[in-house]
Structures are given as C-alpha cells and as structure tokens.
Design a protein around this ligand. Sequence first.
Ligand code: SF4
Ligand code: SF4
Length: 448
Amino acid sequence: MDFFPLPCASGPLFRLRGDDFNLYYAPGYLLRAAPDLVPLVEENIAVSHPDSNVPEVDILLACSSRAKREWNDLLERPYQPQSLHLYLNRRCQLACQYCFSDLPNRTDFSEVSIDTVRAGANLAAKNCAEKNLPLTVVFHGGGEPLLSWRLIEALQPELRMAADAYGIPLFRYIATNGVMTEERAHWLARSVDLVGISMDGPPDLQSVQRPFWGSGGDATSIILRTARILRENGVPVHVRVTLTNASALRQAEICRYLCENVFPRVVGVEPVYLGGRADSSMLIRNENLDGLIESFFEARAEARRYGAVWQVSGARLSEIHGPYCNIFRQVLQLVPGDVASACFKDVSAKQTCERGMAIGRFNEDLRLDDERVNVLRAAFSRPKECDACFLAYHCAYNCPNACLLKNERAPDVLCQMLKRIFSRRLIELGCDLARLPRPIAGTFVAQD
Ligand code: SF4
Ligand code: SF4
C-alpha cells in the first residue's frame, strides 16, 4: 500500500487507499476515513472551504498549506544562524571503521579559536533573541570534543555572556564517544545540559566497529561508567547508533543492551554514511532492507517498554525540513582554522575550502559571505523523483550519501528505508485512529 499525491489540494496532500479505510496525509497530520465517507472528505478537499462541516479536513488542509508556506520560507529566508555548532578539534581516541571525518594519522593539534567562538556566539545570540529562542551551542567532533575540554571550559563564560547580553537562556549539547576518565565524566555532568553518546551496541559490535585507535580493543566499560556518572548526576543522555550491514538486523538486541546499560531517553539510528573510512562491505545492502525494517520496528517496541524512543532522523515528520546543510538549518558551524562551513561533513578549514563550502571566516571579526551562501542555496533543488513522495516536505533526500548542492546521485537504500518505515508508521497510526468512535478521525503526527 502506497501514498499517492492528491493533485486537487493547494499544498502537499497524499492518499492511501485501503480495503477498509482511506488515509489522507498532509505533512504532520493524518486523517482516516471509512470508505463510505470518502466522497464527503474528497468533496471538502476539492472545494477547500475554510469552514467545511468536517473539522478534520480543515486541519488537514491547514497543514497542507502550512507545509507549502514553511517550505518556501526554508528556501528563501535569509541566512541568520540561530544555533552554534563547534567542531572543536581533529583528534580522537577511537578509530571507528566508518568515521566520516577521516581524521589524520598524524596528531593534529589545531582547534577552533576562542575569538571566533565569541564572535559566533554573539551573532547567533542576537538572532535567537529576535526569534525568542534559547542560544543552542553544540560541541561536536570532527574529532572527539572532550579532548578539548580545556577549550570548552574556557568557552563557557563567553557563551554565557553572549546569552546574558541578549537575555536568553543557554542550552549546551555535546556529541561524544563517551571515552573519558571518571573525573572528566563528573566535569562533563556539570558542564552541559544534554549528552549524546555514540555507541553501536553490545561489546562484540562496539569493539569491532568502534575500537581504540592504535591498540584496538573495547571501550565499552569506560563508556558505561560515563553513562552511569551522567545518570547519577541527572544529566539526560541520548545515544546515536550507526547501523552497518553487520548490525542492521540486531536492532532489538542493541536496543535492550543500551536501555539496560546506558538508560538513554532517545536512541537515534543512522545507516552508515558513504565516504570517509566506510568501505562498501559496511553499507546496508538492498537484500537486507526487509530485515532492517522488521528489526527497526522490533527495537522501537522494545524501546517503548523501557520508556525510551527509538528513531531515525533522515525524515522528521513533526517538522518541515530538507537536507542537513547548515544554510537551510540556520546553523553556524565553525571548524578548526576558524572558517564557517555550509556542510556538516566538513571538519577543517582546508576541507571546507576545497569542497567550496566556506561561507565565512574569522579575521579580527567574523564575516559571513552572503554571496557564497546565495550561490550554494541556489544550487539546491529537490530531486524531481521526490515530488510525488509523501515525505517530500520532510526528508534529507539521501544526504549525505549524495550532496544535493552538487547534484550527486547515490544508491537509494536510505530513501527506500525511510519510505517504508514512515508509511508503516502512518498505517499503524491509522489503525489506532480506528479505535476512536468517529468514522472520520485525525491526529497530528509526532516524530517518534
Ligand atoms: S528521497 Fe526518497 S523518501 Fe525522501 S522524499 Fe525523495 S523519494 Fe521520498
Ligand atoms: S546536501 Fe551536501 S552540503 Fe548539504 S549537508 Fe548534505 S552533503 Fe553537506
């Protein structure tokens, strides 16, 4: 069963025809109608009257128009970053088999500078204040951010000052591999508001896919100690799991392991990206897709039993979004070498410049290159084949496996996976709506 576009609507609207019911989907809203009420629903959709006598259709149409409006806004609004992402360094203690940032073998001590971060924080805080948003700062890794903990410590007063200057709260998130001393884990618990730990599951997966750099071996016991310290200090933890061909069918087991040992609130799973160190044997193969989908839903049910959320982020039904480009997400990403990049994959000034993704630079002051931003924005177009897809208004369109700003194409395993996961979710939600005592029923769709 598939969703097909309903061309009579003014914005995106899709229909799935089943034997016992019809589903209608506008981004973020699902409506279920019994077969005998289909003419009434479609008549109201066609007339598109704001006060039809079917309130659920009114909401559906409002969501459809809103999606179109927000999509245009996403493409056209000026680049005024509201979130600061800091790629602090290019070092790591692990040698993950699939690392996208492809760190140098030689130790590289370059870090992003305090002056650049200060300027970036002030710029983002000003924009956040205008939108009534908190200042969000993400400590990220082209390498492992905790290896720059002294720099994080030195940045804290600067970030706090920027937020205070505009009277807005500060929210700090760190994406870490979880490998640190006990003392550092206590420091971390005092230093950020949310921690994302990358961990691929039980020790047999973790030790092979994410071994120590040089000596190899398993970091599990250290990561579990970090998670315990964070938990004891009340710091929420999310986990990111990279799915490879070796782990895609083991999601329920991975989920149980993480829920019983790390206690995350949210687990985000992502199929391994093309590029960096990943070789083709790690990529999800088409013949594994059925198993991956089943495994995903088993893990999702398992996570619920533990009070956690199991999700994939390539399509987020609760928001209108495109690929991960910083220029569309209103993110200011600063990398060592004090350059701002348009692409989340860039981890150094050299790489950013070579890929043509530099959109700003610090030289006594932080200057954004509006002309370059406009050129890169103009290079984006949604793939034609996505126009008829029910995920067209919230999908990363195979990014980063294919770069949308460079007109690249990639095998569409990611696309197939997202379509199948989310159509099954919508059908499940449609079945839940059948329990309501109404022949036409609707619901907003949450991300999980
Ligand atoms: S990439 Fe695939 S899932 Fe995403 S919008 Fe396009 S067709 Fe749909
Ligand atoms: S579309 Fe290209 S530039 Fe944008 S985030 Fe993806 S890989 Fe980077």
